[in-house]
Design a protein around this ligand. Structure first.
Ligand code: AMP
Ligand code: MG
Length: 394
C-alpha cells in the first residue's frame, strides 16, 4: 500500500482518455449503421424535398377569393406530376406529396371544395402558398445535416437517406473481452453449492459494453487461480481492443488479476480512485489495448464501468463528449470524508432521491436508478437538499 493520494474520478478518467487511440473506420450501408458513431460530416446533396408539393388532398389552384368555380383539367398524384401549366380558371386534383403543378401557387383541401361534373367550387379564400410545402423545407442543398461524432439513431439514419446517402463512414465497433473472476461464481440459473453465488457481472458488463457500441468477443468466467487468470487475460489481450476483468483487484491473497497483468506486460496507469463504490479500480495499457480491472461487487463493477469504461468506448469510436448533466438533490446526502460517492438516484420533479440502500452489493439500487449523482467528499455534515450536483445518466 502506498500513501499516495488517490486520484479523483476526473483525474482517473483523464488518464483513461489519454490512453485512447481512436479505432479505424469502415463504410456501412445506412440500415447497418444504427447505434454507430458517425465518422464523417454528412451534407445534403440536394434540397429536400426537391420540389414544392401539396400537404393535403384537394385542388391545386391559383390563390384568390372564395366562391370561384374552376375547371378541373387533370390530376397530380405522388410520383406522377401534372406537367402542363395551370391557367386562370383552372384547377388540378392533387394528392398529398404530389408536385404543385406549374402555374398553381396554392392547394385547397377537398373538404373546402365542392366538385361537380368536371368543375370545382372553392368554399374558402385561398391565400398564396396555402397547403404548399416548399422545396428545401427539410434540408437545404449543401447544408451539414449530421456531424462526425454523433450517435446514429433511427431519425439520423432517415436524415442520412434524405441527404442522398446509401452508405456512411463509421468507427469500427470496439472489440471487448469480459472476464469475471471468482471461485464462488456460478453461471446464470446454475445450482448454487455452499458459498456460491450467481455471476451477474459477466452479464451486466457485457450488456453495458454492447450499449456503448462494442462487440463483446469474449465473456468468460475465470477461477481464482494465478495461471488460469494469466491464461484468460493473455487470450483476451490477443483478441480485444478493451479487456475488462471484474473482481480480484483488491489486496487479498486470492486476487490474481494485477500480478497476472504485470506478468503479461500490461503497463499500469492507475490503481485505486477516491471513489465509493469502486476504490480498487485498476487501469493499464498493453500496446493499444485498454485494460480495466474493475472491483467485483456488482454495483461497483457497473459504476466504474460507467465512469471509466463507457467514456473510453465512446472515445475509441470518436464520439462527441457527452455534456455534463446537473441535477438538484431532493434530500440530504451523507458525505464520505475521503472519497467522492456515486449514489444511485431516481429523478422526480427534477430532483434526485437515493434508490434505497446503497451497499455496493445491492444491485437493485442500480436497477431502480435513472442516474448517478456524484456527492463530493467532505467532513462538514451532509450535503443538503437543494444542492446542485453532477448527474451521470444511465
Ligand atoms: P472481489 O472484487 O473479487 O473481492 O469481489 C467482491 C465481491 O463481489 C464479493 O462479494 C464477490 O463475491 C462479489 N462478486 C465478484 N464477482 C462477481 C460477479 N461476477 N457477480 C456477482 N458478484 C460478484
Ligand atoms: Mg473475488
Amino acid at each position: 500500500m502506498t500513501d499516495k493520494p488517490l486520484l479523483s474520478i476526473s483525474q482517473a478518467r483523464e488518464r483513461v482518455l489519454d490512453a485512447v487511440a481512436p479505432l479505424d473506420r469502415e463504410e456501412l450501408a445506412v440500415p447497418d449503421a444504427l447505434g454507430r458513431i458517425l465518422g464523417e460530416d454528412v451534407r445534403a446533396i440536394a434540397d429536400v424535398a426537391p420540389f414544392a408539393s401539396s400537404a393535403m388532398d384537394g385542388y391545386a389552384v391559383r390563390s384568390g377569393p372564395s366562391g370561384r368555380s374552376l375547371q378541373v383539367v387533370g390530376e397530380a398524384r405522388a410520383g406522377h406530376p401534372f406537367e402542363e401549366t395551370l391557367a386562370d380558371g383552372q384547377a388540378v386534383r392533387i394528392s398529398t406529396g404530389a408536385p404543385l403543378p406549374p402555374g398553381a401557387d396554392a392547394v385547397l383541401q377537398q373538404e373546402l371544395a365542392q366538385a361537380d361534373d368536371g368543375r370545382v367550387t372553392l368554399l374558402d379564400d385561398v391565400r398564396p402558398a396555402r397547403n404548399v410545402r416548399g422545396a428545401g423545407e427539410d434540408l437545404r442543398a449543401g447544408e451539414r445535416v449530421l456531424r462526425a461524432g454523433e450517435r446514429l439513431g433511427p431519425a439520423e439514419l432517415g436524415v442520412a437517406v434524405h441527404a442522398g446517402r446509401a452508405r456512411l463512414t463509421c468507427a469500427r465497433r470496439p472489440r471487448v473481452a469480459v472476464l469475471a473472476t471468482g471461485d464462488e461464481l456460478v453461471e446464470p440459473g446454475g445450482k448454487l453449492g455452499p458459498g456460491q453465488i450467481h455471476d451477474s457481472n459477466l452479464v451486466t458488463l457485457s450488456a453495458l459494453a454492447r450499449q456503448s457500441g462494442a462487440d463483446v468477443v469474449e465473456a468468460v468466467h475465470v477461477p481464482d487461480d494465478g495461471p488460469a487468470t494469466r491464461a484468460a487475460l493473455e487470450r483476451a489481450l490477443a483478441v480485444a481492443d478493451v479487456v475488462i476483468a471484474s473482481g480480484g483487484v483488491s489486496v487479498g491473497p486470492h486476487d490474481h488479476v494485477k500480478p497476472a497483468l504485470r506478468d503479461l506486460g500490461v503497463e499500469e496507469r492507475f490503481w485505486r480512485v477516491a471513489l465509493r463504490p469502486g476504490k480498487p479500480t485498476w487501469f493499464g495499457l498493453h500496446d493499444r489495448t485498454l485494460v480495466f480491472g474493475l472491483p467485483g461487487n456488482p454495483v461497483s463493477a457497473m459504476v466504474t464501468f460507467i465512469l471509466f469504461v463507457r467514456p473510453a468506448l465512446a472515445a475509441l469510436q470518436g464520439a462527441a463528449a457527452r455534456p455534463t448533466g446537473r441535477t438538484v438533490l431532493g434530500e440530504d446526502f451523507e458525505r464520505h470524508p475521503g472519497r467522492d460517492e456515486c449514489v444511485r438516484v431516481c429523478l422526480r420533479d427534477g430532483r434526485a432521491y437515493a434508490t434505497g440502500p446503497q451497499g455496493s452489493h445491492v444491485l437493485r439500487s442500480m436497477a431502480l436508478a435513472d442516474g448517478l449523482v456524484v456527492i463530493p467528499r467532505g467532513e462538514q455534515g451532509p450535503l443538503s437538499a437543494g444542492t446542485e450536483v453532477e448527474l451521470i445518466e444511465l
